[in-house]
Design a protein around this ligand. Structure first.
Ligand SMILES: Cc1cc2nc3c(=O)[nH]c(=O)nc-3n(C[C@H](O)[C@H](O)[C@H](O)COP(=O)(O)OP(=O)(O)OC[C@H]3O[C@@H](n4cnc5c(N)ncnc54)[C@H](O)[C@@H]3O)c2cc1C
Length: 450
């Protein structure tokens, strides 16, 4: 029987597009079905002016993300370092302090508490096998509590625990009470260690794309041409030993020898499968919630904080913004502060009207950087939980019990259905690099199967 393509890919995020590109390179035909009216998924560029592009979604690359750097080079994209000159700010206990280096002046007790917790997490993380976290030596115990409960019984200071909460929000867009200790350890190992995840220079926030990170997807899609079809939400996948039939919401159907589902697990669970998937796979996707994040940008005529010797980076006990970066363009032709609203704060702010959100975010910027910060020339924010084809970000997190009880179903192909997406990566899960790894692995699995 003639198929519409050898392989159908569901989702034109980086993972799906890389999978399609690799399969095409091996001589297989592909069809990429994308629900949105655009490609890139969790990558989304926004043009402020001719020369200024900001990323409403994913934006940074850092050391050891070799796949992402290689793809950026291959596609002719340009990277530049995140601005880090000068001192950082911390707003703690109602007081703003300047500090150099990576950790604010917490006081000797809290510093020791935080430092030894991080060292413990790094040590335990190394024991978690990236391809099978459920085989870690203490997997059952580590998967039966949350990062928050671990911090509660291991740490002694309020500020030390606050540091762990900040880490959790910044890296998972979730509260430490939402996911298991085993997941935290897996993720730390997957991203090369605590500092590798949290640092700007030398860490995951090191480099930005001049053209915006979505350009990765836009250029891959341009190579694939009409093989990428937009506005095609997949609602049903019929699968058998000979191949698959994929139906979209409009009623169109496409057949292929195999399908790669390259979307977040919770959305993969909303597709109807015929015959139904094994219970363990369905129960897995019932249990993988996405984090919650709102990225907030304030645009000024220039990065005025740099004139005061400030880097623009800040950590703050100031709801709803706990983390701020200098997100100005490489030529500093304007100044941009980027505030992250994450986890519980993001859920609260998702429900308030845009004007109130703007006011409370700018209030935090003003407390940190002075009154000047309250009057930007433009303000833009983007709530990823409201995006129907993401339903939260940066990615999925694993609550207690999920890795050990259901983890085996995460990547295991089911007949002609193969799973991709950053959540299925072993290295840099949750990141662009992990999405690329997953696309490459899925393509390889299909090549082996066919
Ligand atoms: C605010 C934010 C900040 C981030 N920061 C960073 C960062 O700095 N560095 C970094 O490396 N990563 C970052 N990330 C994470 C990074 O963006 C993701 O890991 C990566 O883009 C995921 O790619 P993916 O292809 O796996 O999934 P997605 O990008 O989610 O792609 C899935 C695609 O499938 C489509 N889809 C969903 N359901 C269906 C369906 N039923 N039918 C058809 N199509 C469907 C979606 O529309 C989407 O286009 C961030 C993410 C966000 C949102």
């Amino acid at each position: 029987m003639a198929h519409d393509a050898d392989v159908i890919v569901v989702g034109a995020g980086v993972a799906g597009l890389v999978a399609a590109q690799r399969l095409q390179a091996h001589g297989l035909t592909t069809l990429v079905l994308e629900a949105r009216e655009r490609v890139g998924g969790r990558l989304l560029r926004h043009t402020l002016s001719d020369s200024v592009v900001i990323d409403l979604g994913g934006q940074w690359l850092g050391p050891t993300q070799e796949r992402a750097y290689a793809l950026a080079r291959e596609l002719g994209l340009t990277l530049f370092p995140t601005y880090t000159e000068g001192e950082n700010l911390a707003l703690l206990g109602g007081r703003v302090q300047r500090y150099a280096g990576t950790v604010p002046k917490l006081g000797i007790g809290a510093l020791f508490d935080f430092g030894s917790a991080v060292a413990k997490l790094d040590r335990m993380a190394k024991q978690v096998p990236l391809d099978a976290p459920w085989n870690a030596p203490h997997a059952e115990a580590w998967d039966s509590e949350t990062l928050a409960s671990w911090a509660q019984h291991t740490m002694r200071t309020h500020l030390g625990r606050w540091g762990i909460r900040l880490f959790s929000e910044a890296v998972f867009a979730a509260e430490p009470s939402e996911f298991s200790l085993l997941h935290a350890l897996f993720y730390i190992h997957s991203g090369g260690g605590f500092e590798s995840l949290t640092n700007t220079r030398g860490g995951a926030q090191q480099d930005r794309f001049v053209e915006g990170a979505q350009s990765l997807a836009l250029r891959l899609a341009a190579q694939l041409g009409e093989r990428v079809r937009l506005n095609q939400p997949v609602v049903r996948i019929q699968h058998a030993a000979q191949g698959v039939c994929v139906a979209t919401r409009s009623g169109a159907t496409y057949t292929a020898r195999a399908v790669i589902v390259a979307i977040p697990p919770t959305l993969a669970g909303r597709i109807e499968y015929d015959p139904p998937l094994p219970a363990v796979r369905d129960q897995l996707t019932q249990r993988l919630p996405n984090g919650a994040v709102i990225k907030c940008f304030a645009v000024y005529d220039r990065p005025f904080w740099r004139e005061q010797g400030l880097s623009g980076f800040a950590v703050a006990e100031c709801d709803p913004v706990h983390l701020v970066f200098d997100n100005s363009p490489p030529d500093a032709s304007c100044g941009i502060l980027l505030g992250f609203v994450e986890g519980a704060q993001a859920r609260q702010m998702s429900a308030v009207d845009p004007e109130t959100r703007r006011t409370v975010v700018l209030e935090c910027f003003a407390r940190l950087f002075g009154e000047r910060a309250r009057q930007p020339e433009a303000y833009i924010d983007h709530d990823w939980s409201a995006e129907v084809w993401s339903r939260g970000c940066y990615g999925a997190h694993f609550p207690p019990g999920v890795w050990t009880q259901f983890g085996r179903a995460l990547r295991e192909p089911i007949g002609r259905i193969v799973w991709a997406g950053t959540e299925t990566a072993t290295r840099w899960m949750g990141y662009i690099d992990g999405a690329i790894e997953s696309g490459e692995r899925a393509a390889q699995e299909v090549l082996t199967t066919l």
